[in-house]
Design a protein around this ligand. Sequence first.
Ligand code: BG6
Length: 305
Amino acid sequence: MEDSQIVEQTSDSVTLYVANDHSTSVKILKYGATVISWKVKGKEQLFLSEGAKTDGSKPVRGGIPLVFPVFGKCEQKPEFAKLPQHGFARNSTWDFLGLVDEHTAQFALSEEDANPEIYSKWGSGDNKFCLFFNVKLDEKTLTTSIEVENCNTEKPFEFNWLFHTYLRTPDIEDTLVSNLTNEVCYDQLLKQHYEEKSPALQFHQEIDRIYKSIPKDRKIQVLYLGKAIHTIVRDENLPDVVVWNPWIEKADTMSDFQPKDAYKQMVCIEAGKVAEFVKLEKHQKWKASQVLAIDEDIHLQSQIF
Ligand code: BG6
């Protein structure tokens, strides 16, 4: 492959490179339009389980699965009650539309190519929609953007959106997540709301929390031994931040989580709109994006003293 080549396509994946630097790349599986690798100067930034299925038999355990139209399970709303956890976008094979520019690959999903068995469980199984997903690779950043369009001719629909990003860290017990202090979270394990009081999140057991309505100028940072190793920047349409690490027992229950102690090398920081649903009227569009960056200065943006 020539150094100047910026895209490589196989039947099931697309890889983008920075021109003249093939050590910086992003690989996207057409199944789920799941980003499964992001390397900067040869260093992998994302966590991908060694047991992850990449053959389309189940959602990928790692990388950046896309969550639509529901986050988790939602029994209380009839149109989502029958859908499995996290919807169908991550279980459907997306179309690769090509490059939008020399840094950006574009994928699309509509009701025609959505996983029919799961899609049919959304509402009355006849919602028409269009998703456009862009993945933009720069030297030190990866930008993922989504546009959702309601293509129904008569009715609105509602949805959640989430970038379920699995970030790599050398050792979770020496990892902190910053800038969520004093924010309200819903703890999915305790089933309780409370205000976060830690100056930075630490990890010594399973954690599964939805931090709600976090201002868009708040950068969420993953710190390791005093350095910012990941910075997540979200736009205003991604107000919620889910923080998840399965720890020992939960990792044990997931057959595709391998090796079992790999929970030490990951933390999920998931930017989304999940605490409330977005309602889209017919023909309306909604857009959102996040930027993942490396090598940033530490930005202390919450009152920790
Ligand atoms: C997170 C949820 O977003 O995804 C967790 O907050 C969940 O509750 C995790 O366990 C993984 O979900 P799944 O369906 O990929 O096993």
